[in-house]
Design a protein around this ligand. Structure first.
Ligand code: NAD
Length: 468
């Protein structure tokens, strides 16, 4: 844990170095930093995997696939495209701007604060670090206190990869985050809950620091009439129960045409057997809830739903001493239940029937804008309708979750699910100030400077006619 005075000292060193970095941290230096990060990730991979396992029994293959590989991809993508991203973009003039030349020049914002959650503790910490470095910033990273072994392993890896005045790690909980939020960072990239996102934005407002907020919420799945239920179940079961359901873009609940619930349930149960065997408690591929508080929260959601008449259609087993909750499917939920209102963020999947697509869509639209929405359908018209009549951070069609790792797609939420975007070029631009630079070559605009005599008035009339 870090001493409360330390954030300010680190920040001041970073702020000083940031000025020099405006000229001394070009394409070559940024690529070298990314290469050093990639090499350190390789050297420290085993330690990071062991730390995630120690923190919450995260399977090593799952962590390699969904934590390590996406960071490697992000680095490789940034290295490959950095020259093009950094290049000033030529902008054409309008009529009145004839005689000038316009360029959009990306420049580093300066010192970035990255606050990361625990649920993908490596990916969601290092992904934004890659974008910040690519854009020429220095970073103070605050990983989550709920995955302490991984936070310590990240700190060791980053100290091994890069100088502390380029990337520093501030370990600790909300108190450290709050101390950091007192400082005038040039950008804050926060990934976490909507409630804490609100605090971060309020605190950032004091310094007018721009923020990117990658938040959570309920991401629904809507199944169209006549969808391929086996295929849908394969993606939904994996998306919901991977990482023990603790994934921001996981399907939160499924809405399915009435009459197809039983077939979907059967397909989901078959999938769960395939993914985690007859007893998921014994499967090395199925993890644990991160801590006792979240275990209690999830157990409370199930108990509240059952007490109000919901049915556990599958799973339901739990062991408090090991923070284990079996993959659980519930039916018969109603809007009054807590499970229908709060982001579930765990291995519980409500399956809800709808009678009419219009009603299903209006239920989605009545809630805060989701981080992700998923539609499973064969009929293009149904997919088009869901796409056109709803809004969400991203839309997945006949798949779940993997839109998050497409290197050429920005990722972010909208409304209550977030503000701004990260990944690839979008991440680079988030951490850059896209500075417009307009240079006078032979501008004719002095022709309309005062005094506003007859000639200027005639030119003005001409312009009005042309620009109509
Ligand atoms: P959280 O909001 O509790 O914590 C996130 C980070 O904020 C942690 O580092 C924590 O120490 C810090 N923090 C806590 N209190 C703070 C305060 N008062 N001021 C400043 N910082 C503070 O979230 P979590 O439990 O770690 O993560 C789960 C949530 O994150 C879920 O809602 C999930 O949907 C969301 N999430 C979103 C994305 C995304 O990309 N949109 C990704 C992962 C998780």
């Amino acid at each position: 844990m870090m001493d409360q005075t330390e954030p300010r000292a680190i920040f001041e060193r970073h702020a000083k170095a940031a000025v020099a970095r405006r000229t001394g941290f070009g394409l070559r230096e940024r690529r070298a930093a990314l290469t050093a990060l990639l090499a350190a990730l390789d050297r420290h991979r085993a330690k990071l995997l062991a730390a995630m396992k120690a923190d919450y029994a995260k399977n090593e293959t799952e962590a390699t696939l969904w934590e390590i590989l996406p960071v490697q991809t992000e680095i490789a993508h940034a290295r490959r495209h950095l020259r093009a991203w950094m290049r000033p973009r030529l902008k054409l003039p309008s009529l009145t701007m004839l005689g000038t030349s316009a360029r959009l020049r990306p420049e580093p914002k300066g010192v970035a604060l990255i606050i990361a959650p625990w649920n993908f503790p490596v990916l969601l910490a290092l992904g934004p670090v890659v974008s910040a470095l690519a854009a020429g910033n220095s970073v103070i990273l605050k990983p989550s206190e709920l995955t302490p072994a991984t936070s310590a392993a990240l700190k060791a890896m980053l100290a091994d990869a890069l100088p502390e005045d380029l990337v520093a790690v501030a370990e600790g909980g909300p108190e450290v985050a709050e101390a950091l939020l007192d400082l005038p960072f040039d950008h804050i990239f926060f990934t976490g809950s909507t409630a804490v996102g609100r605090i971060v934005m309020e605190r950032a407002a004091r310094h007018l620091t721009p923020v990117t907020l990658e938040l959570g919420g309920k991401s629904p799945v809507i199944i169209g009439p006549g969808a391929d239920l086996a295929r849908a179940a394969r993606w939904i079961a994996w998306g919901r129960f991977a990482n023990t359901g603790q994934t921001c873009v996981a399907p939160d609940h499924v809405i399915v045409p009435r009459g197809q619930e039983a077939a979907l349930l059967a397909a989901l149960k078959a999938e769960l057997g395939r993914l985690y065997g007859p007893d998921p408690a014994l499967s090395p591929d199925y993890g644990r809830i991160v801590n006792a508080r979240h275990f209690g929260r999830l157990a409370g959601l199930i108990d509240d739903a059952v007490a109000q008449g919901a049915t556990i259609a599958h799973g339901g087993a739990r062991e408090g001493d090991r923070n284990y909750i079996a993959p659980t499917i519930v039916t018969g939920t109603t809007p009054a239940m807590r499970i229908s209102d709060e982001e579930i963020f765990g291995p519980i999947l409500p399956v809800i029937a709808y009678d009419d697509p219009a009603e299903a869509i209006s239920q989605i639209n009545a809630r805060p804008k989701p981080l992700a929405l998923y539609v499973f359908a064969r009929a293009r018209a149904f997919i088009r309708r869901v796409r056109a009549e709803t809004t969400s951070g991203s839309l997945g069609v006949n798949l779940t979750i993997v839109q998050f790792i497409h290197p050429n797609l920005p990722f972010g939420g909208i409304g209550a699910s977030g503000l701004g975007a990260g990944h690839g070029r979008a991440g680079f631009e988030t951490f850059s100030h896209m500075k417009p630079v307009l240079t006078n070559r032979l501008s004719t605009l002095p022709l309309v400077f005062p005094p506003y005599n007859g000639r200027v008035r005639a030119l003005t009339r001409l312009l009005l006619r042309f620009l109509r």
